[in-house]
Design a protein around this ligand. Structure first.
Ligand SMILES: *[C@@H]1O[C@H](CO)[C@@H](O)[C@H](O)[C@H]1NC(C)=O
Ligand SMILES: *[C@@H]1O[C@H](CO)[C@@H](O)[C@H](O)[C@H]1NC(C)=O
Ligand SMILES: *[C@@H]1O[C@H](CO)[C@@H](O)[C@H](O)[C@H]1NC(C)=O
Length: 484
């Protein structure tokens, strides 16, 4: 048992762990490359003054262009082509540079510039200057074909933010000799995600707050927003979505319609619930369950009660006389309470009219020994009955459904009590639906009983005769033999 529990909890833990891990994968930043000089064979950038920056190839086996400024020690610049920004907000650069040592011992900085512009700029502009990191300079004595071994690569240098349609890159330098190889411009990007029912379109790092939208079947609780951070990872979600009525969360990021027979009433994350008793749905994605035919719901009923109906009739309805004018009537609660907790009883008394065969209300003549004719217990005493009358009593079972919508005939049990001047009293219980009351006349029943007794008497007589005849014969024969 303990082992089983252990295994189970391990499985659950590892499931949670897997989900967390998969969440991380989900959030992983993308990198979008805008430019890479290694993928070009010719850059064709603009040098100012002309030819102070040149394009060379380092070594024999490589065709990638390398920029070089080794000449007069004046400020010389080189301006790139125009490049489209895409959805970058913030640019990064990987770059390899090498610088020759200077006789003064003081290295001139090699600077990079980002020109944020909608259209192509033709001449260098001294904007957004950024010093490239210095590294160990190579000595003047290094042969040309060895310089590549002094290139120093810097990764993910921040070039700052851009917002126009595109941009251009420029380098400026006033030292003796510098080389630039392998320029790679890129940006980090948060990917498209669906998380906690909110959907965000991917965007470049360091965007403003992004508006998300709710997945299908979900509604906003508060507008979902989140930020794409510098590292291309989504920041925390603010606001959020929840599944709309008739839909439940599945796998954290979808809203699935409730199956047939299930419902969900509100905008909330709760799961669909099974329809309560005596209700059904007509389609998937239901907000509520409808009553089955013959059942009703009261506005005040709690949801879980479902739909209910009036109770069936009370059972075992009997009555006996306490004395000539006091009758005690008892019954048992109905078999079917219609799905409700409450049942009360309503008593009706009718007596046969003096003339004719009509039943009429007992009126004031008969007194029920209880506060009202609506009862919660299963007996009632009735007094001031006239023993020369036939009476008919109905006990109707009721609940809140009957009180509001009326009680059907199937909720009532009835019995008829005949005048009891000639005892014993006879009670005929009849089903309520049977309106034409069969009149239980006492006389035939007496007749039946009498004929039973008569039969028994005759049978007994016959048996006695059968037993006596052999004895008489025996006695007569023995007398006869003595006489001989
Ligand atoms: C690159 O620069 C770093 C420090 O900036 C230095 O430690 C490293 O030796 C340099 N590499 C080369 C090949 O010059
Ligand atoms: C996300 O992108 C889709 C199409 O690419 C677009 O229809 C939708 O409006 C975008 N959503 C937001 C919140 O920008
Ligand atoms: C659920 O939310 C939507 C949008 O916020 C609203 O229009 C609707 O009335 C809400 N429904 C319920 C049942 O609360």
């Amino acid at each position: 048992m303990a082992i089983l529990w252990c295994v189970c909890s391990t499985i659950i833990l590892s499931w949670i762990w897997t989900r967390e891990a998969s969440c991380d994968v989900h959030y992983k930043a993308e990198e979008v490359e805008i430019f890479h000089s290694d993928k070009q064979t010719l850059l064709g950038w603009t040098s100012n003054p002309l030819k102070e920056w040149t394009e060379i190839k380092l070594g024999t086996q490589t065709k990638v262009p390398v920029l070089q400024a080794c000449g007069k020690k004046i400020k010389r610049t080189i301006l790139s082509q125009w490049m489209e920004r895409k959805d970058a907000h913030y640019l990064l650069m990987d770059i390899s540079v090498a610088q020759e040592e200077e006789t003064s011992g003081q290295l001139s900085p090699l600077q990079v510039h980002i020109l944020d512009t909608d259209t192509r700029i033709l001449r260098f502009q001294n904007r957004n200057a950024l010093d490239l990191p210095m590294s160990e300079p190579f000595p003047v004595t290094v042969p040309h074909n060895q310089i590549w071994s002094h290139l120093n690569r810097s990764l993910a240098l921040s070039l700052g933010s851009v917002s126009r349609r595109g941009f251009q890159l420029a380098f400026s330098y006033s030292g003796s000799c510098a080389l630039i190889a392998s320029i790679r411009i890129y940006y980090r990007r948060c990917p498209d995600i669906v998380d906690h029912l909110a959907l965000f379109n991917g965007t470049g790092a360091l965007s403003d707050l992004q508006m998300g939208s709710c997945v299908k079947g979900a509604v906003e609780v508060l507008p979902p927003v989140r930020e794409c951070q510098e590292d291309g990872v989504w920041g925390p979600l603010q606001g959020g979505c929840t599944c709309e009525p008739g839909h439940q969360v599945v796998m954290e990021d979808t809203c699935q319609a409730c199956r047939m027979g299930f419902y969900k009433p509100a905008n909330e994350t709760a799961a669909c619930q099974l329809c309560p008793p005596n209700t059904r749905t007509h389609a998937e994605g239901s907000e509520s369950c409808d009553c089955l035919k013959g059942f009703r719901r009261l506005p005040s009923d709690p949801d879980h009660l479902g739909c209910t109906k009036p109770p069936s009739a009370p059972v075992n309805l009997t009555a006996h006389h306490h004395n000539d004018s006091l009758l005690i009537m008892t019954w048992d609660p109905p078999h079917d309470w219609g799905g409700r907790q409450e049942v009360t009883y309503c008593i009706k008394c009718q007596k046969k009219a003096d003339a004719g065969n009509q039943w009429e209300a007992c009126g004031e003549d008969v007194v029920f020994l209880s506060n009202s004719t609506v009862l919660t217990n299963t007996s009632v005493s009735i007094t001031q009955l006239n023993p020369q009358h036939d009476y008919r009593f109905s006990v109707q079972a009721r609940n809140d459904i009957s009180n509001l919508w009326g009680a059907p005939p199937s909720s009532t049990a009835t019995f008829t009590m005949h005048r009891w001047k000639i005892p014993p009293v006879v009670i005929t219980v009849v089903p309520s639906l049977n309106i034409s009351e069969p009149e239980g006349v006492p006389a035939p029943q007496h007749k039946t009983r009498f004929s039973i007794w008569l039969t028994v008497g005759i049978l007994f007589g016959v048996l006695v005769l059968i037993a006596i005849i052999p004895i008489v014969v025996c006695v007569l024969r023995s007398n006869y033999s003595k006489l001989r």
